[in-house]
Design a binder for this molecule. Sequence first.
Ligand code: UDP
Ligand code: MG
Length: 141
Amino acid sequence: MERTLVMIKPDGVERNLIGKIIGIFEEKGLRVVALKKLKLSKEQAKVFYIVHKDRPFYESLTDYISSGPVVAMVLEGENSIKKVREIMGATNPQEAEEGTIRKLFGVNKEKNTVHGSDSPESAEKEIKFFFSEHELIGAEK
Ligand code: UDP
Ligand code: MG
């Protein structure tokens, strides 16, 4: 079993897509281990996306991510990191495969509705960013 961090970005929350998006992950066999809605400050958004600090889109991205509420969740399943990335689709919704969340709901390359961890290392870091150990309730508990 592997855990990964998913965040529904402000454009998804704003358009009332929380349930639809979680439903897509559940239908693919992933289980919710933790879930919360919150609004990140600009500073928190900058920490969350620190790996992109030298990229030209960093300022705009962190403004956007802190512009409204997000929903953070930990999903669990076999190969969940890769699976979630496949279910989300490519960063640019225009390049995403049919049926992926970003193809279905993404607005543009920045407002692409969902975030998913890209490696076991980022998953661990990102889960800790949003949740404490006692908030993670796996199927075995
Ligand atoms: N992003 C952007 N412009 C770009 C590339 C990325 O605004 O040219 C945003 C987009 O919201 C993306 C996030 O920055 O999801 C993180 O970028 P990354 O390359 O890690 O894409 P992801 O892993 O989310 O597919
Ligand atoms: Mg990424």
